[in-house]
Design a protein around this ligand. Structure first.
Ligand SMILES: [Zn+2]
Length: 121
């Protein structure tokens, strides 16, 4: 299974597949070749809970082709609990900022053509 497929499978289970530096334990998202902290090339998988709070987001009112049926939605940045990592993904039915205050608790609930699916917790 490719790293991308593994990431998708974990997202479907509500988790985030991260890469942990074997030298300094710094966590990174997706495929990295060098640790951004120490330059080490060795990594091992670390599976994190896909829960956290909304750090920021963009409400999409003019969607890309094929995404018209999903509007309104937001492209959100989720700050994971107990980690510096942030993941971005799709949240349905967000039309105005009142629908989603920054800091709202949220979690990963799946992965499909929209990317990572994030829902309010
Ligand atoms: Zn490192």
């Amino acid at each position: 299974m490719s790293a991308k497929q593994e990431f998708v499978e974990q997202a479907k289970a509500g988790k985030v597949l991260a890469r942990k530096c074997t030298k300094c334990n710094e966590l990174h998202l997706s495929t990295v070749y060098f640790c951004k902290n120490c330059g080490n090339k060795g990594f091992e998988n670390a599976v994190l809970e896909g829960r956290g709070s909304i750090a920021t987001y963009t409400i999409i009112t003019v969607p890309p082709a094929g995404f018209e049926k999903y509007t309104p939605y937001a492209w959100v940045v989720l700050q994971l609990d107990n980690s510096e990592l942030r993941v971005s993904g799709f949240m349905a039915n967000i039309a105005t900022p009142a629908d989603l205050p920054v800091g709202t608790r949220a979690k990963i609930t799946g992965f499909d053509e929209r990317g990572i699916i994030i829902e309010k917790q």
